[in-house]
Design a protein around this ligand. Structure first.
Ligand code: NAD
Ligand code: ZN
Length: 359
């Protein structure tokens, strides 16, 4: 079966396009006392961007905590807070959820918009195509680029038992506002880690066994843009990075990621490392699988003056190491994409253990 995947239907792109948000939302406000809910990364609390939100009376602006990657418990808490603020009858639901921030804030917006129309806890929907009802209209506005969360059909959540997304057509944003000006002010190391998420998406997609012309076309363009951004530092690098993230996300939508992402999920779950930095920590030890990609990654790291954290796994308790291996091994499609259908012969628990112990 070929994947019949949904893409974001409406996109505006351009410097200053954030100021068009009010007009875009006015078309979605169903009646005079309609409400929108803005979930904006707490880093913008008290910053000019927060004052530029086209807020109308009755709208809610919630500064979301992104110190930890999104947890199912936090999504549930946000959904109840919104229901309390707006009412929970179908007619009382907000007309839109707008996520403004990096992958974390955007994923929170995606998950909350699903949980407002589906019963239970978000942990019940970690998996594939589990929500039965379509989500509240939701908009993604990245302020940090690389994850591809703006285009993907998943919202990655850490639940009580697993780190796994709510993968569904209902997850996909209804609208994107891609305004490269919003990337200004991102700390350089964070910009690099999240940007490398995109670079690694491309390397894993382009070298994977699931590759096809659809993924290759998007992946090659995204890779080229990443090279320009992190090796040449052009003056419009934020525009390029924003489009690289989008194209990289489109590339993996029709292929898959690989070894680095599988190992990075284990690092996040057990050590709480954020996705971008976890990928960088893992990728540096994967020359055996991605020789050209890792060499180029090191050149980018040098050019950008980044020092990776080291020795974060050595000395860890055995139980935690075992859990990390379990988390990585569950991600079978990633291993299959990277190593082929006989991946189990190549990637044993011992091999994963030895890779982790280098980090
Ligand atoms: P993030 O959203 O976790 O943000 C990292 C840090 O950058 C935070 O402290 C945040 O406050 C700060 N930040 C964001 N924008 C800023 C700005 N303009 N200026 C200053 N600081 C800013 O980082 P991320 O790498 O974008 O996202 C990681 C998350 O995305 C993880 O939870 C990961 O699981 C998820 N993810 C989702 C997908 C998907 O397809 N849904 C794909 C990859 C990763
Ligand atoms: Zn990623």
């Amino acid at each position: 079966m070929f994947r019949n995947f949904k893409v974001v239907p409406r996109i505006v792109f351009g410097r200053g396009s954030f100021d068009q948000l009010g007009d875009i939302l006015s078309e979605e406000r169903r009646h005079p006392d309609s409400r929108m809910v803005f979930l904006i990364d707490h880093v913008f609390s008290g910053k000019p961007l927060a004052d530029r939100i086209p807020r109308e009376s009755g709208d809610m602006v919630i500064f979301v905590d992104t110190d930890d990657e999104p947890k199912t418990s936090y999504v549930d808490q946000l959904a109840s807070r919104i229901r309390e603020g707006t009412g929970s009858a179908p007619d009382d639901l907000p007309d839109g959820i707008i996520g403004i921030g990096g992958g974390s804030a955007m994923d929170l917006a995606k998950a909350v918009s699903i949980m407002l129309t589906n019963p239970g806890s978000s942990a019940d929907y970690q998996g594939w195509d589990l929500p039965g009802n379509s989500a509240v209209y939701h908009v993604g506005i990245p302020t940090l680029s690389g994850t591809g969360a703006e285009v993907s059909r998943t919202t990655v959540l850490t639940g009580p038992e697993k780190k796994l997304g709510i993968n569904s057509d209902f997850t996909v944003f209804d609208q994107l506002v891609l305004d490269p000006e919003l990337l200004e002010g991102v700390p350089l190391d964070q910009r690099f880690y999240t940007g490398m998420d995109c670079y690694i998406h491309c390397v894993e997609s382009l070298t994977g066994t699931f590759l096809n012309m659809f993924s290759q076309s998007f992946g090659e363009k995204a890779l080229e843009l990443c090279r320009e951004v992190f090796l040449d530092d052009p003056s419009d690098s934020d525009d390029r990075l924003m489009m690289a993230s989008y194209f990289g996300g489109m590339s993996i939508a029709y292929s898959q990621v690989g070894v680095c992402h599988a190992l990075s999920y284990g690092l996040s779950f057990v050590l709480g490392l954020h996705h971008g930095i976890g990928n960088c920590v893992a990728f540096d030890y994967l020359e055996e699988f991605y020789p050209d990609g890792v060499k180029e990654f090191r050149r980018m790291m040098k050019k950008q003056g980044i020092d990776l954290p080291r020795n974060i796994v050595s000395g860890i308790e055995e139980e935690k190491l075992e859990k990390m291996i379990d988390i990585a091994l569950v991600l079978e499609p990633l291993w299959e994409n990277a190593l082929g259908s006989n991946w189990k012969e190549k990637m044993t628990r011992d091999k994963i253990r030895s890779l982790y112990l280098k980090m």
